[in-house]
Design a protein around this ligand. Structure first.
Ligand code: MN
Length: 357
């Protein structure tokens, strides 16, 4: 068959002569003949198929060296090579998308990054509290900052709102304090003591009643989340499709259930289900749960007040906690679900995702 000039070959292959010269230089597609006198290049029509393949592989961004490999393989192995390349692109892009999302959050003040291990992990988070459709006041506090996640549920009545806000505020000091890994739980325990004293001061200022608050807080170290917990606010972990409560409810009904005197179903409808056996009351007699949880990329943590967990069936809470991609969407959906369920109490929730960077 007659050879084609570079112009005719370029038109047939839907490539520019410039692209053909580049492919020749890169060794991807060499002319079939070059006129020794004038340097004109000629192509064999049989080369059209390869020219089109090269052009298409370039369009999916495949590096030249890899295109050369693909072109020299039999078609079944070339197919596998293209599929493997694209899977790599997909994985790289997913990772870049995650990093981009994290950076957007960090620039908006909703993300943080630290490292106490060899792995770079970041946290993206959202917090929301809502009085609910029934109550006019809100004694719940929800906070998510650069290192601290916290919810607190103050008693209804004078000073309850200030007690929950003060407890979280005291713990916020830990965000800007360097805490040695070995002293993490001591530092948290001491912060809870200070939070209790702050609640005591508020109690002395209010004219009637005794403001009390729960507190469930997690402090981010980059590889761990340290937990301090007292009362019936909860911390839960969504990991590998499983959903589990990390905290114990320090409530009267929970104690009765533990003693076998009440079934979990009876506890749910018990008139004194909101009664706490432990809380921050300013007396110094609190005994918080303190723990350190190693985190994994992909973990989602949920902190919430009883205004959320007591109105949503466990399966609904679990599904909603895992449904949306971004913590902001999750907290919005959880609050909306609780409100639709009637929400006789205030609602506080915090959601935080651990991200590989
Ligand atoms: Mn409550």
């Amino acid at each position: 068959m007659a050879l084609l000039t570079i112009g005719a070959f370029a038109r047939a292959a839907r490539l520019s002569p410039k692209a053909l010269r580049l492919y020749a230089e890169l060794g991807l597609l060499r002319p079939a003949a070059v006129d020794p006198d004038n340097g004109y290049r000629f192509y064999d029509p049989a080369q059209l198929e390869r020219a089109r393949l090269v052009a298409r592989l370039r369009r999916i961004g495949m590096p030249v060296a890899r295109i050369r490999t693909v072109c020299d393989l039999p078609s079944d192995r070339a197919a596998a090579e293209v599929a493997a390349y694209w899977e790599q692109v997909r994985v790289d892009n997913a990772r870049r998308a995650q990093l981009a999302a994290f950076l957007v959050d960090q620039l908006r003040g909703r993300g943080s990054v630290m490292s106490d291990t060899h792995v770079d992990l970041g946290l993206r988070h959202a917090a929301r509290t809502d009085p609910g459709p029934v109550r006019t006041s809100n004694e719940d506090t929800a906070y998510a900052g650069s290192r601290l996640l916290a919810v607190a549920d103050g008693t209804r009545g004078p000073g309850g709102d200030r007690a929950s806000a003060a407890a979280v505020d005291v713990l916020r000091a830990l965000e800007s304090t360097a805490v040695p890994a070995g002293g993490l739980l001591n530092a948290l325990g001491e912060a809870v003591d200070r939070a209790d004293r702050a609640v005591g001061e508020i109690a002395r200022e209010v004219s009637s009643g005794t403001p009390v608050t729960t507190l469930t807080a997690m402090l981010w170290t980059g590889g761990h989340l340290a937990l301090a917990h007292i009362g019936d606010t909860r911390a839960c972990l969504l990991r590998d499709g499983g959903f589990r409560q990390l905290t114990t409810d320090h409530s009267y009904v929970r104690a009765l259930v533990d003693e076998g005197r009440l079934s979990p179903a009876e506890a749910d409808s018990h008139p004194q289900r909101a009664l706490l056996v432990r809380a921050l009351d300013g007396t110094g007699r609190h005994h918080p749960e303190l723990a350190v949880h190693p985190v994994r990329a992909g973990d989602r943590y949920l902190l919430c007040s009883d205004g959320l967990w007591s109105v949503l069936p466990p399966q609904v809470l679990r599904d909603a906690a895992g449904a949306a991609d971004h913590p902001e969407q999750v907290v919005d959906q959880l609050v909306e679900l609780a409100c639709r369920a009637g929400a006789p109490d205030n609602i506080a929730c915090v959601v935080a995702d651990v991200m590989a960077l």
